[in-house]
Design a binder for this molecule. Sequence first.
Ligand code: NAG
Ligand code: NAG
Ligand code: NAG
Ligand code: NAG
Ligand code: NAG
Ligand code: NAG
Ligand code: NAG
Length: 313
Amino acid sequence: MVSSHLQLRWFPLCLVALSILWRSIEAQQVIAPPPAVHGTLTFNITNDHTIRVTINNPPINLFNNNLLDDMLSFLTSLVPSNRATPPPKVVIFSSSNPDFFMMHRDVQGIIPPLVPWKLQAINNYISITRYLQNITTTVFIAECNGRAFGAGNEVMVQMDMRFAGPNASVGFFEDGLGVFPGGGGQQFLLELVGKARTMEYVLGALQIDGPTGAEIGWFNRYYESADAMTRSIDDLAARISTFPNGTVNATKSGLSWRNPTLEVLEADIAEFIRLDAMPDRAPLEEMFLNVTKNETATPFEMNTPLNMPELYV
Ligand SMILES: *[C@@H]1O[C@H](CO)[C@@H](O)[C@H](O)[C@H]1NC(C)=O
Ligand SMILES: *[C@@H]1O[C@H](CO)[C@@H](O)[C@H](O)[C@H]1NC(C)=O
Ligand SMILES: *[C@@H]1O[C@H](CO)[C@@H](O)[C@H](O)[C@H]1NC(C)=O
Ligand SMILES: *[C@@H]1O[C@H](CO)[C@@H](O)[C@H](O)[C@H]1NC(C)=O
Ligand SMILES: *[C@@H]1O[C@H](CO)[C@@H](O)[C@H](O)[C@H]1NC(C)=O
Ligand SMILES: *[C@@H]1O[C@H](CO)[C@@H](O)[C@H](O)[C@H]1NC(C)=O
Ligand SMILES: *[C@@H]1O[C@H](CO)[C@@H](O)[C@H](O)[C@H]1NC(C)=O
């Protein structure tokens, strides 16, 4: 009797205490990650639970070792068990380069023989793609207003949402080098645009613009102005950030059954490595480095997928 009386008396106070505790937890702001060692990423907290990440790896935002390292460190810092504070609910990736969003792997890093540093780089790259999906407490949004070809596109399709601005252009061109998008790219594109279109775009090394991409599901939406896109993504991030925590994780985890299995993903990267080692692939890759003037902002790199047949004339 006495004890239930006590419980009743303390119950409202407990509720108040709990709600204060909950509010203080929710009010806790996301802490900015430490600066990226190679400076290819910069971070800005745009609301209490959102980090904007700006990619800048001149001249073309090549996925070279510097960008790989910075990206991997950043994503590792978002894993809840690596943090003392709550993870951000939303991370938005954009680029400060008006022409390039995120480009392909540095071909120097995949030319056989795959000596240990190259294999390590491939592993780091694969870890990045895995983290984008297995960090379920954060949604990753691509604000794409530039080219995303090869690995850049592969990473982008493994984020949770993609939006396109006027300068967006996407495509895979790996088949033109005798390999294929083996880091999850073709599997995740399949979910976005279907099997027939995936085969068309991957096998043909085609590239498409923002409006077409939005029409077929490669992008969530197309914006005619970069500012309108930024405002709209910030609004979305603010809405997501307003709602109690746990929702992001529940939705992202709950939908993850549609992801390709690890077995399928592992088979693809193993097949990539097998094809890459074929004797005619290194000469093709050398030719690629030559025509792109070592992967700089050449006319070839402005339309990498479209230009691949030039390697065969
Ligand atoms: C960071 O984001 C805020 C809010 O969107 C913006 O006002 C500010 O200019 C940004 N800072 C940098 C360095 O980009
Ligand atoms: C598109 O890229 C060009 C440079 O090629 C740049 O001048 C222009 O501002 C960019 N447009 C947008 C909307 O960012
Ligand atoms: C997520 O992926 C990373 C990189 O591959 C891996 O180290 C980690 O164990 C994975 N976490 C989960 C929960 O699967
Ligand atoms: C929600 O916030 C609490 C307190 O910071 C944290 O322990 C919990 O892991 C968070 N849950 C998710 C899904 O982020
Ligand atoms: C996220 O959701 C999964 C699946 O429901 C659950 O197993 C996991 O504990 C959740 N993580 C957090 C941090 O709440
Ligand atoms: C590299 O390209 C130049 C033309 O830009 C050509 O003359 C040269 O033969 C090429 N070298 C190789 C190794 O393909
Ligand atoms: C590309 O870089 C190599 C050194 O890695 C150099 O020998 C070659 O001349 C460069 N080619 C071009 C076209 O800049």
